[in-house]
Every structure is written in C-alpha cells, then in structure tokens.
Design a protein around this ligand. Structure first.
Ligand code: CTP
Ligand code: MG
Length: 558
C-alpha cells in the first residue's frame, strides 16, 4: 500500500501480519486463483476449506520443533506450509501443518495414537500434539520449507496501533494503516477454517457430507484480528439428491418443528462440550430467533457462534465481500468507522440496544452508494442483481432470493470518484449527521432514500430480505448518541490544525478529550436543548465523557 510510511519499523512489523485472506495467498489453488485477479467469494471459501482439510494443527514445545515435526510429517506426504502461532498468553506453541493432499492427512491421522483411555476421550480430529521423542536425533535442516513465524495469531496491542497511527503523515494514511494492521491475517484466517473443519470431522461418521460454513466478519473482508467466528452447520452439505436407486433409510422429518431443531442443537452442544478437544465455555442459546451454540475453541483462540439455520448469513457475507472488493477504499473506511464506533461506545460486544458492527457496515456501504458523492463509489444492490449471470442464481430453502452478481470483473460499473479516505470519512459523518432518521430508511437496494415502513428509531433495510429491519434492536437513545458522536467526529475532523500526539482518527477515538462544539448542540423535538447525559449509558467510561460534555454544554448555555 503506497500510503504506508516505509521508514517505520513498527509498520513494517505489522505489514507482515497484515496480509489478508484476500491479498496474500499461499496455497497452490489460491495462487492459481490470484493469477486470475479477483477471487469470487465461493471460490475463496472453496480454497480455504480445501486448505483446512489438508491441514492439521499440532501443539509443540517451541517454534523450533518445526524441523522435527516437518521431518516426521514428511513420512506421510508432502508438507506444503508450516505456520507457527502461540496461545494461552504465548505459553503454548502450535504449528499448522499443511499437506499437499487430504489423503496424506488421513494417513497421518490413521497412524496417530490416543492418550491412555483413562486420561482422554479417544476422539480423532485435526487437533493433535507432538510427543517429545526422548532421544536426540540429528535433523537435517529442511531446505524445502520455511517456517512462517511472521503472521502469528496475536491481536495487535492498542499501544502499537496508536503508535503506528501517530506516525502517519495524514488522516488518509491513518485510515489505511489502521486497516493494514488490524485486518485478519493469514494464520488467523486458517485457524478459523480449521475450527470449522473440526466441527465437520466430529460428525463425519453420521454425516460425511456435513459442512460447517464460516460466515460473517471472519470471511466477508471486514474481519479484524480476534473477531468471532460465525458458523452455520449444514448436515447434508451442498450435496444435491442424486439419481441413485438406493436411498438411505432415515428418520422422518415430519413435524420438524422448532423444539426438535432446538434438541438437535442441544445434542450438538453436548458433542462439543464432552467430546471435542479445545471446545470450552459452551453456552446454548436456544430461545433466540436463530438458536445458537456459543463456545470458545481454546486451541485456536477463537470465539464461535454455531447455528444450524439457513444459508442467508453466508449469502450476506458474499454480498459484503463483493461490496468490499469493488473499491479499495471501502474496507479501510469501514474498519475506521467500526473502530471509532467501538471507542466512543456506540457498539458493544454484548447484544442489546446498540448499533451492531454489521449495521454499521451497511451504513457505510449505503453512504458510498449515494449520488451526492458525485459520482457514487459503489453501485446499488439492484445493479448487482441486474448484472447477475445464470451461475449467480441462488435461492435458500426458505425462499430467500440471493441472486446477484458475484464476479466483479463482470460488473458494468466503474466509479470515477477519486476522493481520498479522509474526505470520505468526513462526508460519512456529515451525511448521517443530517440524515432524516425519523422518516427515512437506509437502503442498499437503490440509491434513493425510502420512507420508513414502521417506527423503529433506526431502519436499515435488509438487502436480502427487504421486509426486515437489520437494526430493529437500536433504541432511540442509541440513535441520538450516534448522531451526537457523528457531529463530534465531524467537528474534530474539521478542526485539525496542529498535530497533537493524538491527532486525526486518534482524536476521534478519544471520547474523553472531546469538546462539545458551539454549533452542534442537539435540539430536541420540542426545540429545547436535549440533556446530553440522557444520551449516554451508565458505563464508567461514558460517565466521564458525559461530565466533560455537560460542562461544555453548560458553557454554551451560559
Ligand atoms: N447477519 C444477517 N442479518 C442480521 C444479522 C447478521 O444476515 N440481521 C449475518 C451477516 O452476514 C453478518 C453475520 O450474520 O455478517 C454475522 O453477524 P455478526 O457476528 O453480528 O456480525 P459480523 O459481521 O460477523 O461482525 P463482528 O465482527 O461484530 O462479529
Ligand atoms: Mg461475527
């Protein structure tokens, strides 16, 4: 990225870990795909799933064990790649070993042993550990394989991120730097697909075609290091019923109601809890609209949300992946806005009345489609639907039409907008500061604003299911807080004169240092000044910022 200051060693360090699933491709298939340019979502998923099925995760004593492990594994086949990472506060060392064929992994697993029956469940998955040999063997230095220790799986430290942002030359550079250093890297991506693979392996006997599809931020191009892994488990995989005259006997699905599917989820949760190594903190959330099992896979350090519902979440990820790939400014902008929203307390990791990261992403995408951006950076969703080819047809089993263009090379839309990231960030804040949320809905399907069909404070039309509001959970208070923070951000970005240590987007993130500007007092519906303290919840951090903001409001009133 030309925006990165090449002199900074910190940035250089991070640049190594900033290779995304999309820009750095190590496997043979992926390299092939790279030569053809854009990799469509489903192709990327296929490559990543194939990589995972050819890989095992092995706990070792130290990174240096790779030589011994490589030599051991080479007796089962050709090792393509070895990646190192640590977990458990850098105490535990792991290697991801990727073979050239799935059958080689199969051989290795067949030959691998279990711990003593009394000490462990004799389960066979892709997660293993490497016993010390007990004798010192002289190992040849492997020339054919280089250990990847650059990527790791560490979430960048906040202080390192800030340091990198401070040393940028301008706000646009800060925005692209933030994206580069926080985006999901190669190892973190592989670990997510290995986590999904473990779930599939657990079911292999009964459901040999089962697929656990990763979706959400782990694969849609908007994932940062440490993001959760959303999984949807499809027991039949993508196998379409064939012509065979021999048909498997099976239990009837008559009366397949919600309670039965909840029981299935419960069984799945129990399997994870009692049989699968590394799966801990299992929580079954079965009463939700979409029942999920939450768990933490401690060997890969990934928080997981497993569901068994339909494929619309995967299609949504495909759509977001598409939008993120159309223009290189989209992802950095989304990363910065999501980070800002987190820092100022607009989003929250626990579910509630807050705007979610997903909704925030849709808000950014809808802004980038606006004709006011003369010309718009992104096409509308309707344009993607109109440009769809015959291969793009897909309707989920519950009738959600997910037909839209998946290959950007076939997109008959090219923007001539050359605004830089700083300008786009300002425009985003201004656009939503003056957006009429009380009557209008945000919609990605067309670039004209549409009237809200109902009275939720924030209405974002679900592009795939147009009757649904993605942000139905958002309270009026939270929406007001959003508008308030937008004005604050606009003001900070406008008034950047001399560079203090926390300048640019760093100042946007610092809610405590904000000064409430004179021309941004929020009028309430009754035309009186709104009590700013009402706009905030009672967390410690926001309490402090409320006090500062209130003082300033008082000054304004005086
Ligand atoms: N999703 C959806 N409709 C919703 C909510 C979620 O289609 N109303 C799908 C989207 O594909 C979304 C995914 O479910 O990306 C996962 O949701 P979530 O984990 O909440 O968001 P992420 O995009 O994964 O972001 P985060 O990094 O916060 O997990
Ligand atoms: Mg998620």
């Amino acid at each position: 990225n030309s925006n990165i200051n090449p002199n900074l060693s910190l940035l250089r360090k991070w640049r190594n870990s900033a290779n995304t699933v999309f820009s750095r491709r190590i496997s043979l298939e992926a390299k092939k795909a790279d030569q053809d340019g854009f990799v469509p979502f489903l192709e990327m998923m296929r490559c990543r799933r194939s990589e995972a099925s050819k890989s095992v995760l092995v706990q070792v004593q130290s990174a240096q064990s790779y030589k011994e492990l490589h030599s051991y594994c080479s007796t089962f086949g050709t090792v393509n790649n070895i990646f190192h990472y640590t977990a458990g506060g850098e105490q535990l060392h792991f290697l991801i070993v990727e073979f050239s064929k799935e059958s080689e992994v199969q051989q290795l697993l067949t030959y691998s042993s279990h711990v003593n029956d009394f000490e462990g469940i004799p389960v066979q998955t892709n997660f293993l550990w490497f016993k010390a040999s007990g004798r010192k063997s002289k190992l040849k230095q492997s020339k054919s394989i280089k250990l990847d220790i650059e990527n790791g799986n560490c979430i960048p430290k906040e202080e390192d991120i800030r340091e990198a942002l401070r040393s940028c030359n301008n706000i646009s550079e800060q925005i692209s730097t933030l994206h580069n250093i926080t985006t999901l890297n190669e190892v973190a991506t592989r670990l997510r697909f290995l986590t999904a693979r473990q779930v599939e392996m657990c079911l292999l006997g009964l459901f040999p075609n089962a697929i656990a599809y990763p979706f959400g931020s782990s694969v849609n191009g908007f994932g940062k290091m440490g993001c959760d892994l959303d999984l949807v488990l499809r027991l039949a995989g993508d196998k379409i019923s064939g012509e065979s005259r021999l048909v498997f006997h099976s239990k009837a699905l008559n009366g397949y109601d919600r309670s039965i599917s909840q029981r299935h989820m419960e069984v799945m949760g129990d399997l994870l809890q009692f049989f699968l190594p590394g799966c801990t903190q299992i929580r079954k959330i079965l009463q939700a609209r979409v029942p999920i099992i939450k768990y933490y896979q401690q060997l890969t350090d990934v928080e997981c949300d497993l569901s068994m519902s339909n494929m619309s979440g995967v299609c949504m990820s495909d759509l977001l992946y598409m939008f993120g790939s159309i223009d290189e400014r989209v992802r950095p902008l989304v990363f910065t806005i999501r980070k800002w929203a987190k820092e100022v307390g607009l989003t929250n990791s626990s579910p509630g009345r807050w705007i979610t990261n997903f909704s925030m992403t849709l808000l950014v995408l809808a802004f980038l489609q606006q004709p006011d951006n003369c010309p718009p950076i992104l096409p509308t969703f309707n344009t993607l639907i109109k440009n769809a080819g015959s291969k793009d047809k897909f309707v989920t089993e519950d009738g959600i039409n997910c037909t839209f263009l998946r290959d950007i090379e076939k997109l008959k839309y090219k923007t001539t907008n050359t605004d830089n990231l700083e300008s786009l960030l300002k425009q985003f804040c201004e656009f939503y500061s003056s957006f009429d949320f009380s009557t209008k809905a945000v919609c990605l399907n067309e670039a004209v604003s549409i009237t809200k069909p109902e009275h939720s404070p924030l209405y974002i039309v679900n592009p795939l299911e147009r009757g649904l509001n993605v942000s139905k959970n958002v309270s009026l208070e939270e929406l007001e807080k959003f508008k308030y923070e937008l004005r604050n951000a606009t003001w900070i970005l406008e008034s950047q004169e001399k560079k203090t240590s926390n300048w640019g987007i760093l100042e946007m993130f610092e809610s405590k240092r904000k000064v409430y500007p004179s021309n941004s007092v929020i009028p309430s519906k009754q035309g009186r000044l709104m009590e700013v303290s009402k706009l905030f919840d009672d967390t410690e951090q926001t309490q402090e910022s409320v006090i500062i903001k209130n003082e300033n409001v008082e000054k304004e009133i005086q």
